[in-house]
Ligand binder design. Sequence first.
Ligand SMILES: [Mg+2]
Length: 226
Amino acid sequence: MFSQKQALLLDMNSTFMFDEDRFGETEDYSIHYHKTGGLLPKKEVNTIIRSAYAYLDERYPDEKYRYSFPSVENAIQKTVACELENNEITKIVDTFSFHEMGYIPDEYITALHKLNYKYKLAVVIDIWSPKSAWLKLFSESGIEKLFAASSFSSDHGMVKPSPEPFAQVIAQLAIRNNQGLVVGDSIRRDLGGAKAAGIDCVLVGGAEHPDAMACYENLLDFCHKF
Ligand SMILES: [Mg+2]
């Protein structure tokens, strides 16, 4: 079915990373923040992060921000009641990214290596925080060299389903659209973005849609087909 495909353009969250976005009402952000040496009291730091999260969460589905999604730092500065010192902002952004980032199960790390025998791999990732924490995790997990191309939305502010991040990765890979295959869990963001960019897509994670080339329970299931 995928005989002409040379490269997989992988989504990250809920595709090979899980338990991301821990921003529930009961989260205590001060635990991580105080470990980083932050000086603000618990109540204040929790309010700052909840407000910044709400600011971004409201805008994430809004088409108006598809090509200019705000950064976490920008969201903090827009919502904070009083001025913060730069080193405090850095610690709050670090805390935000700690709660935004999930983990990569070992079997998914193995699957990525296995898929890389057959395909060039790339990632098309929407994250709100700067990418440094994710790059560190990729490196610690031994997968950083698997990705021949990448797009992180927080680098350029373009979020899926904009077709642009997909088009940029296709250009980085120097392949034609019909040689790429998007693999993601979201009908709207991954399938929608892939379709808008003119690239085939398979869904993993349980969602099904007639526009997808195929649908799999998860990335491991997709990987087992090879
Ligand atoms: Mg996803």
